[in-house]
Design a protein around this ligand. Sequence first.
Ligand code: 3HC
Length: 457
Amino acid sequence: MAEFTAVGVVGLGTMGAGIVEVFARAGLRVVASEIDEPALERGRAHLTGSTDRAVARGKLSPDDRDALVGRVTFVVGMAGLADVDLVVEAVPERLDLKRRVFGELSKVCKPSAILASNTSSLSVTEIAVSTDRPDRVVGLHFFNPAPVMKLVEIVRTVVTDPAVVADAQALCGRLGKVGVTIGDRAGFVANALLFGYLNQAVSMVEHGFVSRDDLDAAMRLGGGLPMGPLTLLDLIGLDVGLEVLDTMYERGGRNVRHAAAPLLRQMVTAGLLGRKTGRGFYTYGESAAAPDAAPVGSSADFVTVTDEPVIGAAMATDRPSEVVGLFVHGDKLAEVVRTVLTSDAAVAAAVASCTERGLVPVVCGDRSGRVVNALLFPYLNDAVKMLEASYATVDDIDHAMKLGCGYPVGPFELLDSIGPETVLSGLRALHRETPEPGLAPAPLLEQLVTAGRRFRT
Ligand code: 3HC
């Protein structure tokens, strides 16, 4: 087993600076490297800000903060990495740039040093072969915010020495993280499942199917997720999101789920990158807009919707303009479905009625699965396809989504609790509406339903 005493981090953006903190918290000496003084200063400020916040919240004593920061040496360039036992590269997500950095690391680092990339979706193999030691190269993929999220995806290539993988696993344990070891496939486990969902969420807003705020509320309250997808994209950075999607689309068989929504590309071109630029889907520092007041004196008829469009049920009545669909999730959320004929007054009355009953209403168009199921079911389907491809196990996939993205349950736990047959019938309805191959129900799911089995039991 390798002994890690000193480690290096190259690139001190949000992820790199977070990884520096993770290492220093675990008592390791860290050499933190950037390309020039201003970038180095930004990295230093990130570490100081994060550790000062921990002190202010009573999570870290001032002495421990000083000791932590004292373990980090900030350097411009890579010459200072000569003695480290492992380096994590976290520079922007461009293959040419990463290959150049790894070429330089080959020259500077001692032969025994492990070279790791924090790439989100690029090929670790292609990065590895640009070094003098492809057998000592792995992916170490952390999740944002690095000090908080417990998952590290350890990516081994066909040439990685198994002893290096074992060392990486042991290191993750020392950092208080859970390492999941997987092969070199675009998006690995978590991003491959997360970004199809994020992309679809952007498309929903782009097409006016649901508003920004309603979409995020639906996934927090109806999906139980820690953040809505647009808030999460703002945290990750829209530029990073676009790069990950473009790479997965090219490397992952041009799956329509990973074809970036035009709105995402336009926002990146316009410099609306999320939190880091002060504006993305949300503007930071802005107070929340007041909700529209509901008109008084209007009425609506409700139908409880299934997978089918509501307009069919509405047309069976003598006043389809007063019909809305209503789908209640637990005791928190109500999806209010407006058809092509529903009047504004009927929507407003439905919204007011939900609010009176203590439910948060979200208004959406008349499509299969509405917001929550239309986003969750294809994500579950993607997880089944990943299992079917033997890329990762049920446990690893569930772990990855819980520990990497803060989901309360993993996709297979969720599939089993909803019922595979319910998910399959929802997927069939979605696929009828949008007959894209990437949205076809996974054969393994069909087989499981036929066999009357669950995934985890
Ligand atoms: N740095 C350090 N610590 C942070 C932090 C940051 N940037 N942001 C939050 N924290 C800490 C807080 O100090 C707090 O710690 P405590 O529990 O010890 O007091 C804890 O996290 C919870 O923070 P808050 O109470 O302020 O806020 P929330 O409860 O809303 O949690 C969250 C924030 C942990 C970010 C949560 O919303 C979450 O899990 N969101 C999902 C994040 C996610 O999906 N990440 C993965 C993105 S994909 C990715 O990174 C891959 C890449 O390749 C693109």
